[in-house]
Design a protein around this ligand. Structure first.
Ligand code: GLC
Length: 812
């Protein structure tokens, strides 16, 4: 950490091999100032642990980390060092004695990673350097503001609610993981530092040929994940830290939130207005005002006299309610949650055993020690008053943890004085090895463990509904328990623009389900900024509008009729794309692939894609080029290699190329990759509504394509037991002169009633005839039948799950 005093770089003294009962081997390196150990895992993942005094905490025991099966490797001495390898893995490790270095090499002997300059400080801090080449770029690092490529940055990982209104480094989430991307498809590498204590990354800032990785306590526990593609890196990394479980379908709809929906009357009126105006919406969020004196797990008796009645009314209108829950428990002997927590000794304490509290919304508040399993279970039980009332999701806030030492009240304004002294606070050791640890040494886990408790409580649902938890704070792996929103941004163009690299890097760090407050939290949004923000935000993986009570209201109709129509259209597009979004979340659950992807993730060999930070791939098929500049009526963008169709008129372009397109306020430039099959539906008011057309396959010709679409109930975890229905699709642009789409018979036990199916062939020349299973299909708007409009051919069928082969013969 800045100011740390390190002994000279470690030098190798001796090497010894260890082998456990299963034959897995590790290498122990005795160094001049400490010890390092190496393990090599099946597909070339290398783990390096290094420490001078205390061993790093074992994340396996603390965090339900994925299995780590080290290989049996053999050691060979060579000039100047050692080689360590196994037949089972194409990668090998080389150890250099002086200067001490560890190298991971691919099968051709090309370096995948090189670590050196290992040094330890007396404080327990440790530092290591990853060598980098000039043309390498660096992504990930969790929730960070600033450019997409982090070369040149000095980044701190210590979860923090930023003081005052600045929105800088560090923020609420720390994920000490990054992706090294080499130009021209020369391979990628992922690096994870398991550090629950604060850590620091010098990303080729001090020296352009290295990234210095520093942990403030407990030595280093590093994992290197080879690619070669970004996709493979993320697959390996996410296998280790965990992936996003499928969200409930409703949580993929739009969430309307505001710090300021104060009582049942206002919430009811909000719900009615959203429906009356035909604006899609699935969730309403209740901020701290629903509580009684900000006591968590209570309802304000006057403002919300009948929560159960209110929530069932809202549910009949298709709305779910999400309630905020802060970790701080009001210090109030008359308050059962506090009394009970105290009796169980559930709160973080001082190192002298004394009580600890800080100031949050309810005044003095005690912090549960979520590193203890019994405390997590106890916390989970406290959710009863919310869940019994029908609350569908929990929004965990202030869990860095945030708090202040005193507050100043000026009328309605509360000014927190942020000085916070946590230096003497202790918590349980999450690994169970040591009993007690300083809060600082496990600080970055606080939010994750909070969400782990919440998710477990929701998962005990007798109807097995999928939990929805939203969090502000987190650490590597938080995606297993919660979606992440990026905290208190502001209604500024720079924050709209900045949300793109921020969410892309968060996505690459494993958090697939993420979003920024649409419209901005602080300050007042202008109609134009709101219009541009909702257009982009409707395509965020997690789409929530939220703002502070002191700002202009941010419901879609607050900005005039034109902007209301724009918001409605943007959210209708999200609802149309719901089946596609679900397929992306399914892919993420299975392989860790992010829902939001930087262009280079899909096009790692395309030079032009590597630095783009104002465009996004929503999955493999959709390219989003939002307008993020005030007054802009057009925008310039990059199209990667291949064919592309403009979403709004199917105009065709061939990439790679730069392109300037018109972007009037009504339009967000969107492009579809040629050769895509996108599952959509007709728009709905909310996700549980049955669409008039439940399934529309949008076919964008250009390349032959195939896809597998899996459907489930969208609500429960039965999908984990195989309660799914899968449909495979194959498309040929030219099968004997015809376009051909084969829809396979539906497979799997999940039953879908007979329904309407439409297949829309985009950019399709006028047909001479359309055939289904070899039979000529009649022209007409009924089903079965086909029609032609705006360069598209629509084929309407009844879908009984038996599959169909559709052919379009072009007119001569
Ligand atoms: C924090 C949250 C914000 C919330 C507010 C009041 O600032 O980040 O979203 O509205 O607290 O609970």
């Amino acid at each position: 950490m800045p100011g740390e005093r390190y002994a000279a770089d470690a030098a190798l003294r001796s090497v010894s091999e260890g082998r456990d009962a299963d034959g897995a081997s590790s290498l122990r390196l005795e160094l001049s100032h400490g010890v390092a150990s190496l393990e090599l895992v099946a597909d070339g993942v290398l783990r390096v642990r290094a420490f001078a005094h205390d061993e790093p905490l074992r994340p396996e025991h603390a965090l339900e980390r994925g299995p780590w099966r080290a290989h049996a490797c053999s050691l060979r001495e060579r000039e100047g060092g050692f080689t360590w390898h196994t037949q089972a893995c194409p990668l090998r490790v080389e150890i250099e004695a002086t200067p001490f270095a560890i190298r991971l090499l691919d099968r051709r002997g090309a370096p995948v990673a090189e670590l050196g300059e290992l040094a330890f400080a007396d404080s327990g801090a440790a530092r290591i350097a990853l060598r980098t080449a000039k043309d390498e770029r660096f992504f990930g690092f969790g929730e960070k503001t600033g450019p997409l490529d982090k070369r040149g940055a000095r980044l701190v990982m210590r979860n923090r609610d930023p003081e005052s209104f600045e929105y800088t480094d560090p923020l609420y989430v720390s994920i000490p993981f990054f992706l090294v991307h080499r130009r021209g498809g020369a391979g990628s590498l992922g690096v994870l530092l398991e550090a629950f204590a604060p850590s620091h990354f010098d990303v080729a800032a001090t020296r352009e040929d290295r990234i210095a990785i520093e942990s403030s306590q407990g030595g280093l526990d590093l994992a290197l994940f080879p690619g070669p593609s970004p996709r493979e890196v993320i697959a390996r990394y996410s296998a280790r830290v965990g992936r996003t479980p499928l969200p409930p379908r409703w949580a993929l709809g739009h969430h309307q939130s505001r710090w300021g929906y104060k009582n049942a009357r206002q919430l009811r009126a909000l719900a009615r207005e959203i429906r009356r105006r035909g604006i899609p919406g699935d969730a309403l969020h209740l901020d701290i005002d629903y509580m009684d004196g900000y006591r968590v797990f209570t309802w304000h008796p006057k403002r919300f006299p009948d929560p159960r009645g209110l929530l069932s009314e809202l549910s009949a209108m298709g709305f779910r309610v999400v309630c905020i829950v802060d970790p701080g428990v009001k210090v109030d002997p008359a308050y059962a949650v506090y009394r009970d927590g105290l009796a169980r000794n559930a709160f973080c304490r001082r190192d002298d055993g004394g009580r600890f509290s800080l100031r949050v919304w309810p005044g003095e508040a005690a912090l549960p020690d979520f590193d203890r399993e019994d405390v997590r279970a106890w916390w989970g039980e406290q959710h009863r008053p919310l869940l019994d009332a029908g609350v569908a999701g929990i929004w965990n806030d202030m869990n860095e943890p945030a708090g202040w030492s005193a507050d100043l009240r000026v009328g309605r304004l509360m000014l927190p004085l942020r000085k916070q002294d946590l230096s003497r606070v202790v918590q349980a050791d999450p690994t169970g090895a040591k009993g007690e640890l300083s809060h600082e040494s496990v600080r970055n886990l606080y939010g994750l463990q909070h969400c782990r408790a919440t998710q477990a409580a929701l998962a005990r649902d007798p109807q097995r509904r999928r939990p929805f938890v939203l969090t502000r704070s987190g650490y590597a792996g938080v995606q297993r328990y919660a979606a992440v929103w990026t905290g208190d941004n502001a209604s500024r163009w720079s924050h709209l623009r900045g949300s793109i690299p921020m969410l892309l890097n968060l996505s690459l760090s494993g958090v697939a389900f993420c979003g920024a407050d649409i419209g901005g939290f602080f300050r007042s949004c202008t109609p134009e900024l709101y219009a541009r923000w909702i257009q982009l935000g409707a395509l965020y993986p997690f789409a929530r509008t939220h703002s502070i009570w002191a700002s202009r209201r941010q419901e879609p109709w607050r900005f005039g009729r034109r902007v209301e129509a724009i918001a409605r259209e943007a959210l209708r597009l999200r609802m149309r794309l719901l089946p596609y979004l679900e397929s992306l979340f399914r892919e993420s659950e299975q392989s860790g692939a992010p829902v939001w992807r930087p262009l280079f993730y899909e096009f790692p060999d395309d030079e032009g894609s590597s630095a783009i930070e104002d465009q996004v791939m929503l999955g493999p098929a959709l390219l989003v080029a939002p307008v993020v500049t005030r007054g802009a009526q057009q925008r310039e963008l990059h199209l990667p290699p291949g064919g592309w169709y403009a979403w709004h008129d199917d105009a065709f372009y061939r990439g790679p190329r730069r392109l300037t397109v018109a972007a009037p306020l009504e339009r967000i430039p969107l492009f579809v990759r040629a050769g895509s099959l996108i599952p959509t539906q007709s728009p709905v008011d909310h996700a549980a509504q049955v669409p008039a057309e439940p399934r529309v396959h949008e076919v964008f010709p250009g390349r032959d394509a195939q896809a597998l679409f899996v459907e489930d109930d969208g609500e429960t975890t039965a999908y984990r037991d195989g309660q799914v229905a899968a449909t495979s699709l194959r498309f040929w642009s030219n099968a004997g002169g015809r376009l051909r789409l084969e829809i396979g018979a539906r497979e799997g036990p999940y039953e879908i009633a007979e329904r309407a199916l439409r297949v829309r062939f985009h950019a399709c020349p006028p047909p001479q005839a359309v055939y289904v299973d070899g039979e000529r299909l009649a022209r007409g708007d009924g089903a079965p039948g086909w029609s032609e409009a705006e360069g598209c051919v629509d084929v309407r069928l009844r879908d009984r799950g038996r599959g169909a082969a559709i052919e379009i013969a072009p007119a001569p």
